[in-house]
Design a protein around this ligand. Structure first.
Ligand SMILES: Cc1cc2nc3c(=O)[nH]c(=O)nc-3n(C[C@H](O)[C@H](O)[C@H](O)COP(=O)(O)O)c2cc1C
Length: 302
């Protein structure tokens, strides 16, 4: 079956969970921030608080978050997005604990989005909750396979770097249009030496930011070797913070680039400037090297 690809100009998105709210997207569009699409916070089948604060810890090298997918109701998501006035497409992100959850959310929200990112990779959990990822690792193919029946939109499977993503990619490559590599690494632990307690209220947290880039690069390249044979394109997430990172990920095999942690702590004006300059510099490189972007994607030798 031929794959469904979306044309994003530029091929840059916000990583789900960062800047992931409609009012932020609207503000960024007003400031002409050059993103190709917007990804709102993952939405699941029921409302969920997530972990109490502190949910974020940055040690200067890596960010730990233990949000555990706080989620609004589907009704409030629809109320917000049905009147959204965005120029750029919205890519919905869905989480669930079982196959039916994904199907239900997609059915209800499908008409408001241009593609679906299927979050089968969050490593965080609330106290007493089984990690969504742990509970689903074996089931990823079962979750992904029937989704074509509920949506005609492109399907992006967002995988975890913490799992056997090569085996998972092989098992789902026939049923998806894109694979996103990947979610946060870990989880990792940070402790306070005076209270002798974990710093995050959720105990441990998924790691993101520049430090995880080499792992995500390897994931992109490993998955590219499987996905490219079936015309499945890749979205790269993990530590993108400068224009060269986009090119590195493209050479490794990615076609779309998601930016998360490096956008935290920036106001809307700074985000717009940062992303716009990044893409301008990529275009300059392409012109200087006299090569097309398509030629760069997956050209890694070795
Ligand atoms: C605060 C925070 C919240 C996140 N929330 C989600 C989420 O709701 N759904 C999801 O699929 N990924 C979520 N992620 C993972 C990011 O989308 C991204 O995959 C990861 O952070 C790696 O990219 P980065 O290093 O550029 O941040 C979250 C990450 C952070 C830091």
């Amino acid at each position: 079956m031929s794959k469904k690809h979306i044309s994003l100009n530029p091929p840059i998105v916000n990583a789900c969970g960062i800047l992931s709210y409609l009012d932020v997207f609207e503000r960024l569009e007003k400031m002409n921030a050059n993103f190709g699409a917007w990804i709102p916070k993952s939405i699941g089948p029921f409302e969920k608080q997530g972990n109490p604060n502190p949910t974020i810890y940055h040690n200067g090298s890596v960010l730990l978050n233990s949000f555990a997918l706080p989620t609004h109701s589907i009704q409030s998501w629809i109320k917000e997005f049905e009147s959204a006035d965005l120029k750029k497409p919205v890519i919905g992100s869905v989480w669930g604990t079982k196959i039916e959850d994904y199907r239900d959310v997609i059915k209800k929200i499908d008409k408001y989005v241009s593609a679906w990112e299927i979050n089968v990779s969050c490593p965080n959990k609330e106290a007493g909750e089984k990690s969504l990822m742990e509970s689903m690792t074996e089931k990823i193919k079962e979750i992904i396979m029937p989704l074509r029946e509920v949506t005609q939109k492109p399907i992006i499977a967002k995988l975890s770097p913490n799992e056997d993503y090569v085996a998972i990619a092989k098992s789902i490559v026939d049923y998806v249009d894109y694979i996103a590599c990947g979610n946060t690494l870990g989880p990792g632990l940070a402790v306070d030496i005076y209270s002798r307690k974990p710093i995050l209220a959720g105990f441990a947290g998924g790691m993101s930011g520049e430090a995880i880039k080499p792992k995500a690069m390897k994931m992109v390249n490993d998955v590219y070797k499987i996905a490219s044979k079936e015309d499945v394109k890749l979205i790269a997430y993990g530590g993108i913070s400068k224009w060269e990172d986009i090119l590195e990920y493209a050479i490794a095999g990615a076609s779309i680039f998601g930016i998360g942690t490096s956008l935290l702590h920036k106001d809307a004006g700074q985000v717009a400037k940062f992303v716009n300059n990044m893409w301008k510099d990529v275009l300059k490189y392409i012109e200087k090297e006299n090569i097309s972007f398509d030629e760069i994607v997956g050209c890694l030798d070795g």
